[in-house]
Design a protein around this ligand. Structure first.
Ligand code: 5GP
Length: 209
């Protein structure tokens, strides 16, 4: 029987390094990172279909009407959404699917899919977070201010997540996430639905597939 993959939700403030972490996870065959749709304009170097599916507000609203999103949210004045069908297809094929989404979206997914694994990425310090956002050089002064302010608010939501990972070094953070995934895959309550009992008790071969 083909085991379903885990749905892994990664959130954290702008500049925490979620993007770099997801890129690194994608190097492992077992992970697939969902590509979101957005109404935001592409930044320098961003590629259609790789970083995002860029679309107009009208196109996005059409997709909402067609129930094409697993979740969607307005972030910093732009719409972002997770295309539903591809995520389901990849989970069914056994891939661990990563959604790099904001807190509003993560909370919607948590309501609809409590079996998901919810991970919050924290910066090593607020000072370092500021430096990372500034050094990215992609934001206007107003957008920088919005992102700093939001970051302070967003960090309070860490308590809604199951895991917090401090992104001091990308390699260490990625290894922590991989360890979380291994631990989640070993949880007995995830296997329970496949338990079969005989007169002698549990048929335990099912743990060894
Ligand atoms: P950025 O504009 O920096 O690429 O992303 C801004 C925020 O939108 C980030 O917090 C990112 O995680 C979030 N985001 C990206 N894609 C999605 C999505 O599909 N759904 C939701 N809810 N948030 C998203």
């Amino acid at each position: 029987m083909n085991k379903k993959g885990l749905l892994i939700v990664i959130s954290g403030p702008s500049g925490a390094g979620k993007g770099t972490i997801c890129k690194s996870l994608l190097e492992s065959q077992e992970f697939w990172v969902s590509v979101s749709a957005t109404t935001r304009s592409p930044r320098n170097g961003e590629v259609e279909g790789k970083n995002y599916y860029f679309m107009t507000r009208d196109q996005f609203l059409d997709k909402i009407a067609q129930d094409d999103f697993l979740e969607h949210a307005e972030v910093y004045g732009n719409l972002y959404g997770t295309p539903k069908s591809k995520v389901i297809e990849m989970l069914n094929s056994g891939k661990n699917v990563i959604l790099e989404i904001d807190i509003q979206g993560a909370l919607v997914v948590k309501d609809n899919y409590p079996d998901g694994v919810f991970i919050f990425i924290l910066p090593p310090s607020m000072e370092e977070l500021r430096n990372r956002i500034i050094n990215r050089g992609s934001e206007t002064p107003e957008s920088l201010m919005t992102r700093f302010k939001s970051a302070y608010k967003e960090i309070n939501y860490v308590s809604k997540y199951s895991y917090a990972v401090v992104n001091d070094t990308v390699e260490v953070a990625v290894n922590k996430i991989k360890s979380i995934v291994v631990a989640e895959q070993c949880r007995v309550d995830r296997m329970k639905e496949n338990f079969t009992y005989s007169k002698e008790g549990l048929i335990h071969e099912q743990f060894y597939d």
